[in-house]
Design a protein around this ligand. Sequence first.
Ligand code: PEP
Ligand code: MG
Length: 833
Amino acid sequence: TRAAVPYGQGRARGLGADVLGVHGVEMDNLVALGLPVVPGLTVPIGAGSGLQDHQTATTAIDLLEKLAVRGIWPAVRTERRPMLMHLRCSAPVPVSALPPAISVIGLSSRNIDALVEVIGRERDIYDSWAANLRFVAENALDVDVDDLDDLADDHPDSRAQVPALLELIEESTGAPFPADPAEQLGLAAKAMLARWASPRGQRARRALSLPDDLGIALHVRALRLGSWNESGYGSAISRDLETGRFAPHGVFHLGVRRADPNPGPGDPLDQTPGGVQILDQIFATLEPHLRGVAEVEFEVRDRQLALLSAQAVEHPGPRAITHLAVDLATAGSIDRSEAVRMLEPDLMQDLLHAQLKLTGSEQLLARGLPASPGAAIGEIALSSDRAIQLAGQGKNVILVASETSPADVPALLAATAVVTSNGGLASHAAVVARGAGRPAVCGATTLRIDANAGTVTAGEVMLREGDTVSVNGRTGDVYCGTVTIRPAEPSAELEVLLGWADEIRRLRVRTNADNAEDAATAFRLGAEGIGLCRTEHQFLGDQLPLVQRLVLAESEAEEIEAIAALTTAQQSDFTDLLRVVGNRPITVRLLDAPLHEFLPADGEYRDEAQAQRAADTHESNPMLGLRGVRFAMVQQKLYPAQAEALFRAWVTVNGEGLQPQLEVMIPLVSLPGELSKAIEQVRSAAADVEQDTGVAIPYLVGSMVETPRAALLAESLAEDAQFLSFGTNDLTQLTYGFSRDDVEKTMLTHYLEHGLLDDSPFAVLDTDGVGALISMAVRSAQQARPEVKLGVCGEHGGDPASIAFLDSVGLHYVSCSPRRVPVARLAAAHAAL
Ligand code: PEP
Ligand code: MG
C-alpha cells in the first residue's frame, strides 16, 4: 500500500503497525471504539518520500480536506484560509526517540496576517512557525546549523526570527521558502525522514536494539482554524497514580500544539472550553481496551474535544494497577484471573511496606543489599546496648553494625531498621529483620564502623552515633538525614485482588514464625498456618543462657536441671503461640542451633572447666557441625524435653477448645537412622504426656530435607516421615558448597557481573541443581508414601520465581516470612494461571 489511509480505515483494510505505524493503529482503534479523533491520515511506512511529489502531496491534502469538512472544517479552503497541517511519525513498534512533530504546515507570508486575525494568539503562531522553519531548514534544506543557531541567538522573539529564517533559507538555497502547502508538506516529510535516517536517529535505534532500516509511517492531520482563544490542546490521565482511584485529570493549553515537547505547566483541565466531562466517558471506554491506566492527548476546537493519541501509561505503579484491575473485573470488562494476572507479585511488595519518597536531592551514604523491604528513618546506634537505650527513650533507632548475632536480637527488634556492613541476604541480620518486618540493608561494604569513636564513615562522609539516616530496604540505599516516608497502605482493593488470587492458587501459603506476634501478623496477611517455627529462636536474647547451660553442662545433674528450665520456658512460649495458631497447622522444628551462635563470648565462662568444655565443642565449620538432629543424637535429653513442652502446651490450649494441627519436624537429617531415632524420642514424649494428662494428642512427625543426601534418600525418609519440608537455605548452601553467610560478601557480585550467576541462589531457587534435587525427592517420597505432605520453608518460599517452580513440581505448600505472605499468595496464583 502506498496511498494515504484515513484514520479509522486501516483495520478494515487489514493493515497493521507494520504498515501504519503504532500511531496509525492506535487511531484506528480509537475510531473503532467510537471515540472522537482528529481528522487525519497515515502515509504508510516506506511511502513517506512520495509526498515530495507535488501531485501526491496535493492528493493527500485534498483527502485531508474531505475528512476535515465532514467533521470540523469551517469553510472552503481559499488562499487566505489555507489548509494548516500537523505532521508526526511513528514506527512499527513503540519508540521513544522519534523525530519531533512539525506544526503549522501551510503557513506563509501571504496568509499569516489573515490567519492571525482569525486565530488570535499571534505569538503562538509565530513560535510554531519558527520551529517548523528551523527543523525543515536544518533537515531538508541543508542550511548550516551554526548559522541557524546564530540566528536564533540574535532573534529570541519568534516574530523577528521568522523573517530572518525565511531570508537565511533563501540565501542558502537560492530559492524562497515555498508558499504552496503541498510543497511545504513535501519538505516537512523530507525533513522528518532525513532526521530518522540521520546518525542521531541511528544511534537512538541502536540504543533501543532496533534494526537500522526500521521505517516510519507519517501522520498528517488538519489543524482546525477558528479562534485559538477558544481552542487548545491538553493531556490527561485516567487515574490518580498515588491512590490508584479513577480520577481523570491533566492540563490544558490555549492555542496550538507546538513542536516543543515540554510546553510548560498549562492550565487546569476544568478551564478547557466546553468542559471535559467527555473525558470521563473516553477513559471509561479506553481503560478496558488498553487494560491499563490510560493517557490521552487531545485537542479542543469550538468546544469539541477530539483525541490526538491514547496509550496505556507505562509504569503506573502497583496502587494504580491494583485499583484498575479490581475496577475492570468488577465492571465485568475482564475476568478475575485476568485481574490477578495484571499485578506482578514483585511489584506488589511495594504496597506492603513503607516507601521513601525521593526527590533526587538526597545524599546517599552507602548502598548495600536490599535485605528486607520497607523504609525507616532513625538515629544511628552502633551497639545493641545503645539501640535498646535509645529505643527505650522512645526514639526511632537504626542499628548499624558490621554484622549481628543471636545476642543482638532484642536490639534488632527494638530498632526500626538495621544496616550491616558485612553479611548477605541470608545473614543473621537479614533473616531476623525479614521475620520481624524491619527494613534491612546488609553488606554495605563501604561503611567503616568505629564503635569506640562512635562514628560511621563512608568515603568523604562521616556520621556520628545519634545522627539521623534514612534506610530503603527495598533498594539497599542508606541516605544521610531525613527523607520523607510514605507509609504502607494495604488497600481494600488489594484485599479483594488477593481474595481472587486465593481462589486460583493450588499451593497453600504458610508462614515462618517463632512467636505469637509474628504469627498474628502473618495470619492477618492471609497465612494458612505456620510452616516453620524455629524453636532455637525462642532461646535468643535473655533466654540464651538456658541453652548455654545445656551445652556446657558438666554433670548429669546439671544437664537435668538445664533441661527442666528449658522445658518450662518453652512450654509457656508454645502455649502463647498455639493460642494464636488456633485450629491451623503448625510445624514446630526441634532445635537446630549451630553451637557457636549460642556460646558466650570469650572470657564469660563461669570457671576453667566450663571454658575447657566450650573449647572442646569448638568447630572449624559450625554450619557443617553438631547442628540439628546431630546434636539431639549426642545429647539425647533435648528433643524429648522440647517435645514434652510442646505436647503439654497443646493439651493446655486444647483444654481451652483449640485444636492446633501439630507437625513436629526434625532438622538437618542426612541419615534415615537419625530420623527414626529422633521420631522415637518424640513419640515417647507424646506417650508420656498422653499418659500423664489422659488426653490423646494428634500430631504428625516429619523431616526437613536440607542436605543433598536427605533429598537423595527421600524415599527412605518418607517411610518414617509423614511430611517433608525442604529447607532450601541449607539445601542451597550444601548443594553448591556456598556458605550462606559469606557468599554475598565474597563472591556474589563478581559472579553476577561476570554472568556466572543470574541471581543469588539464596534468593531465587536454582531450578537446575537444587530444584532438580527437590523434584526428584518429591517423586521418590511419594513412591514410599503417596499421601506425604510436602512443603518448602527456606527463604525461597516467598520468592515469586521460586514459587512458580515449586508449584510446578507439585509441592503442597510454601512457608515464608510474615510480610511475604501476600506476595506468596499472589505468586502462587500466577503460577497456577
Ligand atoms: C533452611 O535451611 O532452609 C531452613 C529453613 O532452616 P534455617 O534457615 O533455619 O537453617
Ligand atoms: Mg536449615
